[in-house]
Ligand binder design. Structure first.
Ligand code: GRF
Length: 212
């Protein structure tokens, strides 16, 4: 069975969705850069090892990333899963985990990389918004896309209502992407992800407002 380590900074609802999906994966540890991340208590209650590498005492981004790498590598994961990990990672870190580092971003990339995606989507007046699971490259919020889910933007949406609709989909597609990883079905070829035997793609990618 493949092993993953999950990195969080806060609430950890994506981490929770991954744990609850009971995937054929060993979750070796949940690591946070924030000692007070709410998600840590959930992981501990589930008997998952947790660690905190606080970024604040580190004077450089490089020093923090090096320590984080040491902590992660002690668990020898096949994949490092960023789940609301709110740190920009150095190129050294990203290249160290080349094709073994995956992220979820709350927009339909390549639209709206960076922060405040829901506010920016509302300001842009887009009619469709969503979320993306992608492998990580040194360019922030960029990299081979594994799966996306779209949601409609409604006329009376607020940042909160739109974020909640997107988050529901995040909790579907992240476990889905990791299930494919667990089943060894993901291949990165020329910067794109192919999912082998993707019969389940149909259901994963069906728009949520479509009747099944
Ligand atoms: C999610 O919206 C994720 O896409 C973004 O940060 C948020 C984290 O939420 N990167 P949670 O900690 O998983 O609840």
């Amino acid at each position: 069975m493949k092993t993953i380590v999950i990195l969080i900074s806060g609430r950890g609802s994506n981490m929770q969705a991954i744990v609850e999906a009971q995937l054929p994966l060993k979750i070796a540890a949940v690591i946070s850069n924030k000692p007070d991340a709410e998600g840590l208590a959930y992981a501990q209650a589930k008997g998952i090892a947790t660690a905190v590498i606080d970024h604040r005492p580190h004077t450089t981004r490089e020093a923090f990333d090096q320590e984080l790498m040491r902590c992660i590598d002690a668990y020898a994961p096949d994949l490092v899963v960023l789940a609301g990990f709110m740190r920009i990672l150095t190129e050294d870190f990203v290249l160290h985990y080349s094709e073994r580092l995956i992220n979820i971003h709350p927009s339909l990339l390549p639209a709206f990389p960076g922060l405040a995606t829901h506010r920016r989507a509302l300001e842009a007046g887009v009619k469709i918004h969503g979320c993306t699971v992608h492998f990580v490259t040194p360019v922030v919020d960029h990299g081979p896309i594994v799966v996306q889910a779209a949601v409609p933007v409604q006329r009376d949406d607020t940042v909160q209502s739109l974020a909640a609709r997107v988050l529901q989909q995040e909790h579907q597609i992240y476990p889905q992407a990791l299930r494919w990883f667990a089943e060894d079905r993901l291949r990165i070829q020329q910067g794109q992800v192919n999912v082998r035997d993707a019969a389940t793609l149909d259901t994963a990618l069906r728009s949520p407002w479509e009747k099944s």
